[in-house]
Design a protein around this ligand. Structure first.
Ligand code: NIG
Ligand code: FE
Length: 396
């Protein structure tokens, strides 16, 4: 490999466990004493070390585990301020209310571009160092045409997976005219944001947007070429799942309160159920019933929901540990959901796995197997991270 063209090939060898996620939906494949070859930013070959082809350079990883990079398919990273006081009050017994979002809207509107960009980049670096090699980023803390457009523009500087979330909550200046705000979101705000976004999202919940408004907003976004995503069934049972399924959205996120009909709708529509256990951790809510979804055949993704209110973590490892310990996902299911599941939630086939031709986004763990991510919670186990074949964090 690498002999006949100018692109040098790198061989990673003596991999204790190589998680490739190759094969059918939901499959988790791990090879012992494996090797892989990176060439031109993609995975050129995987297999047993004993059969590895020659390469220009090689790295002996000493029987440690190699995984696909994490795909964090749900994050709100463009914001000003923080809400630690609200978190502390919740831990002292106060319930979570979506109203806290407006505190961040105020701080975000008041922030300069420079401050928002610096905060965003700090979080992106934090994510990368913890093994996240692809991520989605939402607007949703601006809620004016100019502030939402600024949100998606900044997000587009750091990821192609940008989501327009003008329908996060109704801002205070529209409290008496919710229909007027929906018109704004579907009209001038969408026109300003769609060129910078790939997705549209709506928070379909009591205290945010009802099913009719959510349908209208998703349809307008789809007519503008954006794919649909829904925040639903987070704070109580509700119409979010059904609205997402009917609209042909890619994913419904949170899924904390599901009826049997909701589970059926997720499975039959092919919606990805994106579970965000760090939000339940931080809001002291019950965890979603991942077992019921998985046993019914749903495709499950895990993501951080990183935001200053309900889930201020950028750690996919933390989400995996919660999913395993608190949601009864197996270690294999949790790692698959944090990698291949996230890719499915973003309708991407080039990331989330390490099959030949995949983007060379991978993590070297300072551990012999993926299970250590839950077995050793809170321990920084990410030794090195490659993105598109480039070492971007740590050292092997
Ligand atoms: O995903 N559910 C709606 N939005 C965020 C919360 C954002 C916030 O509290 O600032 C979420 O949990
Ligand atoms: Fe969210």
């Amino acid at each position: 490999m690498g002999k006949t063209n100018a692109v040098p090939a790198t061989l990673l060898t003596r991999i204790g466990e190589l998680v490739t996620n190759e094969g059918d939906l939901g499959s988790f494949t791990a090879i012992d004493n494996a090797a892989l070859i990176i060439e031109d930013g993609v995975i050129a070959w995987t297999g047993p070390s004993s059969r590895a082809p020659a390469a220009d350079s090689f790295v002996d990883v000493g029987r440690r585990a190699v995984l696909p990079g994490f795909v964090d398919s749900h994050a709100h990273l463009v914001f000003g301020g923080e809400r630690s006081t609200e978190f502390a009050a919740r831990m002292a017994g106060r319930p979570y209310a979506a109203g806290g979002i407006l505190t961040t809207v105020k701080a975000t509107r008041a922030a300069t571009d420079v401050a928002l960009r610096a905060n965003l980049r700090r979080l992106v670096n934090e994510m990368r160092g913890q093994g996240t090699t692809a991520f989605e980023c939402k607007s949703g803390y601006g809620l004016t045409v100019a502030d939402e457009a600024r949100g998606v523009r900044l997000a587009a500087e750091v990821t192609p997976e940008v989501t327009f979330l003008g329908a996060h909550v109704v801002p205070p200046e529209f409290t008496a005219d919710v229909a007027g705000y929906v018109d704004l979101v579907c009209g001038p705000m969408l026109v300003a944001c769609a060129p910078h976004a790939r997705w549209i999202d709506v928070f379909c919940e009591d205290g945010a947007f009802g099913p009719d408004a959510a349908r209208t907003i998703l349809a307008a976004g789809q007519a503008a070429g954006l794919g649909g995503r829904v925040h639903g069934n987070q704070l109580g049972p509700g119409p979010g799942v059904r609205v997402a399924a009917e609209a042909g959205a890619a994913t419904v996120d949170h899924c904390t309160y599901l009826t049997p009909g909701d589970v059926d709708a997720i499975v039959s529509s092919g919606l990805v159920a994106t579970l965000l256990p760090s939000a339940e951790f931080s809001t002291r809510q019950p965890y979603p019933d991942a077992r019921r979804l998985l046993d019914a055949g749903a495709t499950v993704a895990l993501a951080t929901d990183c935001n200053p209110g309900s889930s201020f973590t950028s750690s996919m490892s933390f989400c995996i540990a919660l999913a395993v310990r608190e949601m009864r996902m197996t270690t294999e299911e949790a790692v698959w959901a944090a990698t291949a599941g996230g890719a499915r939630a973003l309708r991407r086939t080039d990331i989330g796995h390490l099959g030949a031709g995949a983007r060379a986004d991978l993590i070297l763990l300072d551990a012999p197997s993926h299970s250590y991510l839950a077995y050793r919670p809170g321990v920084p186990l990410i030794a090195a991270v490659w993105q598109g074949g480039n070492l971007v964090s740590g050292s092997p």
